[in-house]
Ligand binder design. Structure first.
Ligand SMILES: *[C@@H]1O[C@H](CO)[C@@H](O)[C@H](O)[C@H]1NC(C)=O
Ligand SMILES: *[C@@H]1O[C@H](CO)[C@@H](O)[C@H](O)[C@H]1NC(C)=O
Length: 298
């Protein structure tokens, strides 16, 4: 009994609201470091009468840096002890609450935190986030998100490995319109007091990485082997428009363990096994993973 209470206590400390958000709060305000302009926290009420503010449950004391402006709270020179959940009250009734975060001004590029890949030009792509300092991360596409507007449609993580969050980003780009395929991706990441915000712009073609191709069959043609390959099922159609190129690696039969490689699908007959990978032949995308080695018997 004592043990389980202790364990529950630990869980609450680790995951509890005050110790790192697992979701973004509905209302929050971001203060920049050393910003000469004060931030304003708005109270959801028309009249200032009897309004008081609390920070994480404790009454806020007004001074030169923290002042009321009507029912709202104006805070200048925001620093660590001033961050947290503010709520405004009238008597015993909470009127609204809002978080005050400080923007993390690390010199870190989004590319080092976020890795995005598209298996095709269709519908969606996936991103994985690796930075376990943050307890909640969300991603959004477009101006609405880079400008932090309410109309932004944020995508939250759909799970992933430990220390890695996976996202699926739906997009509505036409796969045929090369020029209009720019994507503007914004990431927001928070922990207890800090928020990191980054936006990057790229082309869909820059993140294309097909799945592994399919080895359909191998046919002997004279001294050679004709390898027939199909694009992966996830690749965009028609295949005549979205063309892939292949690289075949094979091991020679009577030649020890020498691995050779070919960009042609006609390869020497005397091989013991082969594997294949593909990439978009027009934009020279990232290569797919290799298929598993496949034994060749003849
Ligand atoms: C992503 O798009 C593909 C079609 O291109 C679809 O099959 C798949 O279900 C989509 N994934 C999600 C999570 O929406
Ligand atoms: C290899 O096979 C494909 C069909 O799988 C065929 O279209 C092509 O002509 C063949 N190449 C040779 C050199 O036989």
């Amino acid at each position: 009994m004592i043990l389980s209470v202790w364990t529950l206590g630990l869980l609450l400390v680790t995951f509890g609201g005050a110790h790192g958000h697992t979701n973004f709060p509905a209302n929050f305000v971001v203060a920049k470091r050393n910003d000469p302009h004060p931030v304003t926290l708005t109270c959801n009420t028309q009249t200032e009468e009897g309004v008081s503010w609390r920070l994480d449950g404790e009454e806020v004391e007004l001074d030169n840096y923290v002042q009321m402006e009507g029912p709202n709270l104006k805070i200048s020179e925001v620093d660590a002890p001033m961050l947290g959940e503010y709520s405004c009250w009238r008597g015993g009734t909470m009127l609204s609450s809002t978080y005050l975060f400080q923007e993390l001004e690390e010199d870190v590029a989004l590319d080092s935190l976020l890795n995005c890949r598209a298996k095709s030009y269709d519908c969606n792509f996936t991103c994985s986030w690796r930075d376990s300092r943050f307890t909640a991360v969300r991603l959004g596409l477009g101006h609405d998100c880079s400008e932090g507007q309410r109309s932004c449609r944020w995508e939250t993580s759909g799970g992933g490995h430990v220390g890695e969050l996976q996202f699926v980003l739906p997009h509505s780009l036409s796969p045929y319109a090369e020029e209009s395929t720019t994507l503007e991706l914004t990431a927001e990441a928070i922990n207890t007091f800090y928020i990191l915000r980054r936006t990057k712009t790229f082309y869909l073609r820059d993140i294309i990485q097909p799945d592994s191709p399919q080895i359909v069959r191998c046919q002997e043609v004279g001294h050679e082997l004709n390898v027939t390959l199909d694009p992966p099922p996830s690749w965009s159609t028609p295949h005549s428009f979205f063309s892939l190129e292949y690289e075949i690696e094979y091991e020679m039969k009577d030649d020890g363990k020498v691995i050779e490689s070919s960009f042609s699908t006609l390869i020497p007959k005397k091989i013991s096994k082969l594997r294949v990978r593909s990439r978009d032949s027009l934009v020279l995308s990232a290569w797919s993973q290799w298929t598993a080695w496949q034994n060749v018997n003849h």
